[in-house]
Design a binder for this molecule. Structure first.
Ligand SMILES: [Zn+2]
Length: 134
């Protein structure tokens, strides 16, 4: 088994709905994301996956769909308000926690046919959530 990983970064806003801590208020983060791909065998170039293709598929999607967006729970009333104002809100099932955002990215990478092993998501440099399947 081989794994390769590529790191990405993006900025986003969110708030946690039905939450009592200070993250209930709308605020932003500069996220760091590590996408790890696993393969059993190397390709003809002795690569698990070309890093450039990971940048092209996942990096492009992050830049175009996640960067500088606001992530809100689908039942958060602020979501519709911002959508009505023309803001590109990313609506999330459940709260837009680091855990949920790691899973959202994992699901996208898998949907692209890549054998994603795990996604690590740093909300801050000291706080990381990871999503993987067993
Ligand atoms: Zn936060």
């Amino acid at each position: 088994m081989f794994t390769v990983a590529r790191d990405f970064s993006f900025s986003y806003g969110h708030r946690l709905y039905r939450y009592e801590g200070k993250c209930r208020r709308l605020h932003g983060h500069n996220a760091e994301v590590r996408v790890e791909i696993a393969v059993d065998k190397l390709n003809e170039q002795d690569m698990a996956l070309d890093f450039a293709s990971l940048k092209e598929t996942v990096g492009k999607w992050i830049d175009e769909q996640l960067d500088h967006r606001v992530f809100l729970a689908k039942d958060d009333p602020l979501a519709q308000t911002l959508l009505d104002a023309g803001e590109p809100v990313v609506v999330v099932d459940g709260n837009p926690t680091a855990e949920r955002l790691a899973a959202l990215i994992y699901d996208y990478v898998r949907s692209r046919g890549l054998n994603v092993a795990r996604v690590d998501f740093w909300e801050t440099k000291n706080c990381r959530a990871t999503y993987f399947e067993q």
